[in-house]
Design a protein around this ligand. Sequence first.
Ligand SMILES: *C/C=C(C)/C=C/C=C(C)/C=C/C1=C(C)CCCC1(C)C
Length: 246
Amino acid sequence: MKYLLMLTGLMVMPSFAAGDLAADDMTGVSFWLVTAALLAATVFFFVERDNVSSKWKTSLTVSGLVTGIAFWHYMYMRGVWVDTQTSPIVYRYIDWLLTVPLLIVEFYLILRAVTNVASSLFTKLFVGSLVMLIFGYLGEAGNMNAMVAFVIAMLAWLYMIQVLYSGEGAAAAKQASPAVQTAYKTMMLIIVVGWAVYPLGYVLGHLVGDTNPASLNIVYNFADFVNKILFGLIIWHAAVTESQGT
Ligand SMILES: *C/C=C(C)/C=C/C=C(C)/C=C/C1=C(C)CCCC1(C)C
């Protein structure tokens, strides 16, 4: 069976960490937990494609790709953290550079199920996310003043929120099925509340007192759990509910 093959492939991968995880290293523990959860979520989303109607299958595929790509990067990030106790900035941002556009594809799929959306909306969100991530990286890597980079990245994020909330999406959502409405409401909450955890991590890590990689990474790891796994599960739940109802 194809899934079994995939699972085996994922499990034989090495751990990418030379040292051992210390019991009092809470940030390291959070890397470990999220890595395992991402693996489980990936297998789950791909297997569950069989349980939803065809219009939801792409959404589950995208969710599985997001958690799968993140799982792959967490293997390395976890290793960097355990071995050096420093932020795996490069792996983190390569991961986001791939998974954030995929989440925007997911947003787009949900919006399209609710209302007529112009493809320019996708472009706007995509460009906004690029600006947000590029300046986040420059600020974290020390290539730019951390505060200036933060303000520019925040503006890009607020721009994305504005793009999603303007438009007739909210009004049209009322005509959609309850399951689609749930998916839509979740998406609107995720980009505002779920994504807000990331700038919080940046503030704790870079803008108050000394640079604090332990706080930064534990908050980012938590945020990834919410925005990649939990978000995917809520979409999955809406998909299964609607698929069974029809
Ligand atoms: C799966 C990964 C996701 C959904 C990552 C999302 C990342 C953000 C929303 C990051 C936002 C940032 C700001 C709004 C300002 C400070 C810099 C960032 C990049 C942490």
